[in-house]
Design a protein around this ligand. Structure first.
Ligand SMILES: Cc1cc2nc3c(=O)[nH]c(=O)nc-3n(C[C@H](O)[C@H](O)[C@H](O)COP(=O)(O)OP(=O)(O)OC[C@H]3O[C@@H](n4cnc5c(N)ncnc54)[C@H](O)[C@@H]3O)c2cc1C
Length: 485
């Protein structure tokens, strides 16, 4: 295993809400399937979703066997509700510390199994020939030296791209390196225009965006504007439990109306012992920053959260390059369609990760399916990331550009501006030489792919909202697949 920071530097560690799985007495895989499809707004790959919901309980059993301490109530796994799930189905650990428990448990298992892990090693290129992926070029971030590794199978599990935006819940590692590397090697990427914004992150000046989990609204949290007015029921009957993109946009509209850069999340009606037991991390973090959430409203604002698109894979995690696999937030299996149902992403990593293990450890050369046969358009895209010039560019300029022009509400005018600026930056970038500059080049390429796809999709669907095309267009019920010519 090669990882660019320490083994615990990842998005997984920050997951709060939990993992979705239809294990409750009144639940069923059909209901989980239906909720996922509804959230996906016409673009879910139905076969992939069937796999996701059907294999969920076995993968949860794996985690329990590995030692993940899921919270229980009267001897049963405790399940909570999150937005757009039709009933409580979210397993959690340590209250709101689910990701941390998973990360700690799995990295302990990796150490126990004596799997070789190279920390501070940044993958910079996929080595490929006509037969497929042959290895990986890697920068040792401590010595500055380059190393090459050969491999039989290469699995990109490199996470998302939340660092494209000024306001984000994602840690520094989330620069989408794997997506950029795979694209440069000739892999297809899909659904790059779909990026999910989380409606509620703590908004305090000088404090980094900290996620206030969906589960807070699941437990009855109410959103109020700066004047104290509960506004969500005026936008949609599901109110605070509507899908994330709708809640995020409604918050933006309220912020515009009141002229304030935040709204408030009110959980004060819950008995404080329940709030502190259910949300210990959120309670502690807010308290350290001067807000007692058992008595005070939490100032919140939307932030970039989850990359829905990524490297296009089939149901066995295979890309179009033989030997190259992708999984997790770096991959696009099609399970999320145009919008991810909350807490389906940790599940996706587990289910499709296990399938990659099955595929690569048997000698079966048959491939899975590409069920997208009739349901996609392919664009050959040669982004202008020709590394030649010497200009220095600060990552915050890129993040501001994409937050302003390719964020929650998009338009042709803003996207065109972003595309042109990214193009110019791409052409004038210095050759990368360290982790920071490689990440910046990858962000520029990923940003270009996202903006290009967002410009092409002249409609609003799922997480992608265009103010100049505010409605869903039936003719656009298809994926955008991009590849290098
Ligand atoms: C704050 C927050 C809360 C969330 N809450 C939930 C939730 O409640 N439920 C849910 O289902 N999902 C949640 N998510 C989403 C979920 O956590 C992620 O989608 C999931 O953990 C992604 O796992 P991954 O293994 O694909 O990537 P990651 O966990 O991000 O791991 C990627 C790894 O790849 C390494 N890497 C990246 N690039 C390189 C490179 N060039 N070379 C070497 N190594 C590299 C990184 O250092 C990292 O270790 C949340 C995300 C965030 C940020």
């Amino acid at each position: 295993m090669v990882t660019k920071g320490s083994i615990e530097d990842c998005n997984t560690k920050f997951a709060q809400g939990g993992i979705a799985a239809a294990i409750g007495a009144n639940d069923s895989t059909e209901l989980h399937f239906r909720d996922t499809i509804t959230a996906g707004d016409g673009l879910c790959d139905q076969e992939a979703v069937h796999i996701l919901v059907d294999e969920a309980s076995d993968r949860i059993a794996d985690l329990v066997n590995f030692g993940v301490p899921f919270d229980t109530l009267e001897g049963e796994i405790d399940l909570t509700l999150e937005a757009a799930h039709s009933l409580p189905r979210i397993l959690h650990a340590g209250g709101d510390a689910t990701g941390e428990h998973i990360e700690l448990t799995l990295s302990k298992r990796v150490r126990e199994a004596r799997i070789k892990v190279l920390e501070n090693h940044l993958a910079t290129d996929i080595i490929k020939d006509d037969a497929g992926a042959q290895g990986l070029r890697v920068l040792n971030c401590e010595t500055g030296g380059m190393v090459e590794f050969g491999c039989r199978f290469l699995i990109m599990a490199t996470g998302g791209i939340g660092r494209l935006f000024s306001f984000t819940t994602n840690p520094e590692i989330a620069t989408g390196d794997g997506i950029a590397l795979a694209f440069k090697a000739g892999a297809e990427v899909m659904d790059m225009e779909f990026f999910q914004f989380h409606p509620t992150t703590l908004s305090l000046s000088g404090v980094t965006a900290f996620l206030i989990s969906e589960a807070v609204r699941g437990e009855g949290g109410i959103l109020r504007n700066a004047e104290g007015h509960r506004f969500m029921p005026e936008y949609i009957p599901e109110a605070e439990l509507a899908q994330r993109d709708i809640v995020a946009r409604s918050i933006l509209y309220e912020m515009e109306k009141t002229g304030e850069e935040k709204v408030f999340l009110d959980i004060t009606h819950l008995p404080s012992r329940i709030t502190t037991a259910r949300f210990p991390q959120i309670y502690r973090f807010c308290l350290e920053n001067g807000i007692d959430i058992t008595r005070e409203w939490i100032p919140v604002t939307p932030a970039a959260h989850y990359m829905i698109g990524g490297i296009r894979v089939n149901s066995w995690g295979e890309t179009n390059i033989p030997g190259l696999f992708a999984v997790g937030e770096a991959a696009c299996t099609g399970v999320h369609g145009a919008n991810r149902l909350a807490s389906n992403s940790l599940l996706e990593v587990l289910v499709f990760g296990k399938r990659i293990i099955a595929k690569t450890s048997c000698n079966d050369d048959t491939t899975g399916f590409y069920s997208l046969g009739v349901n996609y358009v392919r664009y050959w895209y040669e982004p202008e990331v020709k590394i030649s010039g010497f200009q220095t560019l600060d990552i915050s300029q890129l993040q501001k550009l994409l937050w302003d022009e390719a964020g929650i509400i998009r338009s042709r005018e803003g996207l065109t501006k972003a595309a042109n600026i990214l193009d110019a930056w791409g052409r004038s970038l210095k050759p990368p030489e360290n982790r920071k500059t490689y990440e910046l080049a990858n962000l520029i390429l990923n940003g270009s792919l996202m903006v290009k796809a967002a410009l092409l999709r002249e409609e609003s669907r799922g997480a992608h909202f265009r103010s100049d095309f505010p409605n869903r267009v039936p003719g656009w019920q298809k994926h955008i697949v991009m590849a290098k010519r």
